[in-house]
Every structure is written in structure tokens, then in C-alpha cells.
Design a protein. Sequence first.
Length: 163
Amino acid sequence: MTYEISFWRVPEGSTPEAVQAEQNAAYDAWAAETGGDDCHPHSVTEDRRADWERLLRRITAEIGPGEAAEYPSRLEFWRYGPDGVFQLLYTGDGASIEIPYRYPGGAALPITTEAYRAARMVEEELGLLGHDHEVDQPVRTGDPRKAAARLGGVATRAWQTPG
């Protein structure tokens, strides 16, 4: 389980919820047609791949290096840094930033601050609209401290729970 910030390509006149419903329906149709045995292929066009590569250059320059990979279903970037780790996933039509729940209390603020910096770059470079459903705030105007309180609180409870 991870803390997730989601992004969608939202055409004018639509909403993120409508886009997400359309994507879910398209995935369900694909899974029904194929049996869902293989992964759902990404829709990264040449133009969108160029946007992705520009985004990774910017993240690397402004936040720090990471590791990129490509899979049939998505493009990925893992950011490992002194503040922690997050994973950026991109399918062409949407993206997400995922942060593991391993940053209890105050340890969550540095990684959420870094993730929000990257999230704003995702919006600018990929033309996607981001929303943090964990704390119900848009990326553009969201407060990383609010995200850190949620991430740090959940992580603290998880680490304190006898296993």
C-alpha cells in the first residue's frame, strides 16, 4: 500500500472523475476481451514520450537523479534520495506518484515536499491534472505539509501496530 497522488489528461469540458470513469471502463472492456492475462498496454505516443523525457531531465536537474524503466503497461521513474523514495508511473493518459508508508511522523515532510515538487512538474510538462485524494487537495494549490501529516500519521500507526 502506498500514498498516491493521481494525474489525468482532462479535456476541456470534462472532469477528472469522468476521465477516470472512462479509463476504468476502457480497462474493463480490454480485460473482458483479453481475459486480463497480459498487462494493459500504455498509450505513450512519440510526442508524449518526448514530454516524459523532458520531465525526467527536469526532475533530475531540480530534485535529483533516479532510475527510469519502461514496461509494456507504463513508464516508470524511481527517485531515491536523502529524503526518501517515490515512484512516478506514466501511461500516456494518466500518471501517479506513489510514496511508501515508511516515513513516520516528521520524517514524512521531506519526501512529500519532494513529491509535490515533482507532481507540479508532471502537471506542467505532461499536461495532466493532479489531485491528492488522500487529503483531497489539488496538486497545483495543495500543501505538502497536509500530505505529510497524513503520510506520517498512517506510517506511525503502521509501525506501532504489532505484527
